[in-house]
Design a protein around this ligand. Structure first.
Ligand SMILES: [Zn+2]
Length: 159
């Protein structure tokens, strides 16, 4: 469960498009760095006693910014939902699989999608484009929300 304080921070970011995920992380007290990670790793969250939250996120610097944004949101989701399971760190490969159960990874992906593609803002943007869920609008929406096309298609239910 997401605590009240974190929920109110999340709510304030729901109408900012594209959602500034770096700022969101910062407001949650999490430091984010682009890092030299192995090519099969998208990102990780680890304890760090020098940050306000006690955690930092590292994102693979060689992935495209749209992927990095989703990865940051995914690691934020682990912080919000799975803090007690982070222990020495959660390392997510390019499929967003880690040492956690696939149930928890699915939870993190769902929340990450809601963070970078907030439902109400997405519905409104889709409506402005004519309301049709197809490849053309997915492409435009992916640009507007600064996410990858596959991520947007999954969110629209047309993947
Ligand atoms: Zn994960």
């Amino acid at each position: 469960m997401i605590n009240v304080e974190h929920r109110s921070i999340l709510d304030r970011y729901k109408n900012m498009v594209p959602v500034p995920v770096g700022k969101l992380a910062q407001e949650l007290g999490i430091q984010v760095n682009l890092a030299l990670l192995s090519p099969n790793i998208s990102g990780l969250i680890e304890p760090n006693s020098e940050t306000p939250s006690g955690f930092h996120i590292r994102v693979n610097r060689y992935e495209i910014p749209e992927r990095q944004r989703f990865t940051i949101a995914h690691e934020i989701a682990h912080f919000l939902l799975h803090r007690d399971y982070i222990k020495n760190g959660i390392v997510d490969n390019v499929m967003y699989r880690s040492g956690l159960s696939s149930k928890r990874e699915t939870e993190a992906n769902r929340l990450a999608a809601e963070i970078v593609m907030p439902r109400a803002a997405l519905d409104e943007a889709l409506e402005n484009l004519g309301g049709k869920k197809d490849d053309a609008s997915a492409m435009q929406l992916a640009k507007i929300f600064r996410v990858s096309l596959p991520a947007m298609k999954v969110r629209l239910g047309i993947a």
